[in-house]
Design a protein. Structure first.
Length: 225
């Protein structure tokens, strides 16, 4: 990443603390496989037991919006994914998302589901997590987010056990989520066999999308890939 933490960035109201900006392939959700610029914001108030981006909890550097836009443009991809950490933990993230949409990018946001999404620009495709009991952060789910979802959004549940799967199935049915948007079930990488989750979904004819994270298969989850 090209560091552009400057005195000007520190003074600007249009600035965010970032861990990295990099070009890769989108590893999950609807735009899987597209070359995508990832803008990873620093910080997260949650501590999911399977978190694979703990390196983004602390540190980072201040970037002003113009520098972020310039760095995104330098990579030359049509898709931009704003992620974290929990990007919405920094309030100015909302304004950055709109700036990226104004610049003509296909913008997605990966969010924990613990912070209000009401102010997010409707042009953004929101990929909203619902935390399962075995994530150890289910008490952080902000259920008032669910009625805000549209067909442009997606819901993601990381499944750590058969108990998580049964819980997730109930939540999806109770909130009729598959009537609203795509619902993605992912296996927690080291905790259940992906084929077990696939078998459960098929046996139940569950109208959800199974997904494996492409970047883990390709690059073993190296930071910046
Ligand atoms: S919300 Fe995401 S970044 Fe935060 S602890 Fe959970 S998995 Fe990690």
């Amino acid at each position: 990443m090209n560091a552009v933490s400057t005195d000007a960035a520190l003074a600007s109201p249009e600035r965010l603390r970032l861990t990295e900006i990099f070009l890769s392939l989108q590893g999950e959700a609807r735009s899987i496989g597209w070359p995508t610029v990832f803008v990873r914001l620093t910080g997260c108030p949650l501590r999911c037991q399977y978190c694979d981006t703990a390196y983004a909890f602390h540190g980072g550097q201040w970037w002003d919006f113009d520098a972020i836009l310039a760095e995104v443009a330098r990579h030359g991809a049509r898709h931009v994914c704003v992620t974290g950490g929990e990007p919405l933990a920094q309030k100015r993230c909302i304004a950055l998302l709109s700036r990226l949409c104004d610049a003509g990018y296909e913008v997605s946001l990966e969010t924990s589901g613990a912070i209000d999404i009401a102010e997010v620009d409707p042009r953004v495709s929101r990929v909203l997590d619902i935390k399962t009991p075995d994530s150890k952060e289910a008490h952080r789910n902000l259920w008032s987010n669910l009625p805000l979802l549209t067909a442009h959004d997606q819901v993601k549940l990381v499944i750590c056990s058969r108990e998580d799967y049964d819980w997730a199935k109930d939540v999806v049915a109770q909130h009729r989520l598959t009537d609203v948007c795509d619902v993605l079930f992912s296996p927690s990488f080291t905790q259940i066999k992906p084929s077990d989750l696939a078998d459960w979904i098929v046996a139940d004819r569950l109208p959800v999308r199974f997904q494996l994270q492409l970047h883990k298969l390709l690059w073993n989850d190296e930071p910046g890939r």
